[in-house]
Design a protein around this ligand. Sequence first.
Ligand code: AMP
Length: 594
Amino acid sequence: MRWGTIRKPSVAWRVTPNLVDYDAVCRSFTWDAARTALDGLPGGRGLNIAYEAVDRHVAAGNGDRVAVRWRGRHGAREEWTYAQLSERSDRFAGALRAMSVQAGERVFALLPRIPDLYVAALGTLKARCVFSPLFAAFGPQPIAQRLHIGQGRVLVTTESLYRRKVAGIRESVPDLTHVLISGTWSADPAAAGVQELETLLNAAPTEFEIEPTDPEDPALLHFTSGTTGTPKGAVHVHAAAVMHHHTGRYALDLHLGDVFWCTADPGWVTGTSYGIFAPLLHGITMVVDEGEFDADRWYGIIESERVSVWYTAPTAVRMLMKTGSDVALAHDLTSLRFVASVGEPLNPEGVLWGQEVLGLPIHDNWWQTETGGIMIANFAALDIQPGSMGRPLPGVEATVLLRDAHGRIAVHDGVVEPAPPGEEGELALRPGWPSMFRTYLGDEERYRDCFVGGWYRTGDLVRRGDDGYFWFVGRGDDVIKSAGHLIGPFEVESALMEHPAVAEAGVIGVPDPVAGEAVKAFVSLHRGYQPTDELRLELLGFARSRLGAAVAPKEIAFDPDLPMTKSGKIMRRVLKARELGLPVGDLSTLEETS
Ligand code: AMP
């Protein structure tokens, strides 16, 4: 293997990892046993995520532990203990009840990463309402679309966001009866149902008794963009807490005393499952940074907060790589013990860069909105094959299903055929883990379409090695068929990115009269490189030498402004639409409106 294997332990363990004997833990694992890590509501009244995340630590006498260390955009700092978070989220739940908001109704948040976002999430769950986070950089249209699909009853936001993005769409979302403003609200009599959150919280009781909560009660509504263009609302239930805890333990290796920083915004599923719940379920301290990416700021946070476990994204890793290691070396990053990333393919260079610059390899893991929690991961104690997303979590059964040329999976007598090791197919998961989505809100048919022969289809193309490691190939809908070869755009992009000039690459199939489709690449360049014909030829030759003629791009275009989702994924669909002069579909995750 060209990138070799990173053997563990590469250094003596500072802390013994939670998962050392992978096979033994997988063999003996049951979800019932995983559930015993949580307490359940007192008196056997069910399972509520917010109780497990906050109140049970207070009940156990650990209310004075720091739950959240918050860093404001402009240098402010706050610390929130578990007891403080418990009281304020109790007040939030009480305020919802005082407004007659009922269990099961949807409470949306459109907030920057400020403490009230975390209070709103927890308070909503305590009231047994359904929490739905929106990314604060969304524009009015995606906000309206999601509020409409989710029939949002309550929206928690700021005055500035309300005026810029919500006021103009109020009429299109008639279900929205309450808008709660975090911070000050300069009263506007024309804005019906808008009030200051602080006033409501001050009037609410300091304690709220959580009603019995069935683990199957809906808790979270996460929107994800579909291939057909309309956002889909994936519904998750309170039992998801079992998965958040389980994956926090094994995939993120959380230990008591850790300081954990997940850089994802709670507007995305990672920022909720791991930017709110997993660390709190473990009773540790989590860092929340309101600011945006800035290499010096980020390294400074790791240094000053003594972050021990860091969960970030490949785009961020690449941006840090681009900044240069001298910025990293100016900081003391020795507090780090474990680093992981998710959300898109992590190129082998990223894994190794971590080892060189952070002193730790980056552990790629895989999951998606629908799965609610990490499914496949590189674990602290296990060898890493750079470029592989690792192995399934204990309790997770994953397979690769063979697809035909049209992307269909053959079913014979209700049974589907797994792909042999090394062969490409669609990643599928056996339903049954607790954070599995239960439906797409209002779209049961689309939900049912996700299943075949007893498996959940992820839509991703992967390969599994005979050692059980999974390798990402590409999204099922992006794969390219050229001259009879199935070509994974990720492989082509990865190869191009090995060239020192290339910062980002997006690869699509374009119609070709001979080969069906030809591979075309769009690349953006690192600072200091010019988009010349010489460089184009050099890149074509470079890719061809790495990939072979059948797979290498036939064409390369320079594009300094590659379309990316807000969470940093290249939008090949948009590249393709632009290339073919077609409508680009749902751009809600692309727009940069704030
Ligand atoms: P989302 O639902 O927005 O979290 O996106 C989930 C999708 O992101 C997956 O279906 C994959 O296509 C992609 N993804 C997530 N994690 C990884 C990973 N580690 N490697 C490659 N792709 C990933």
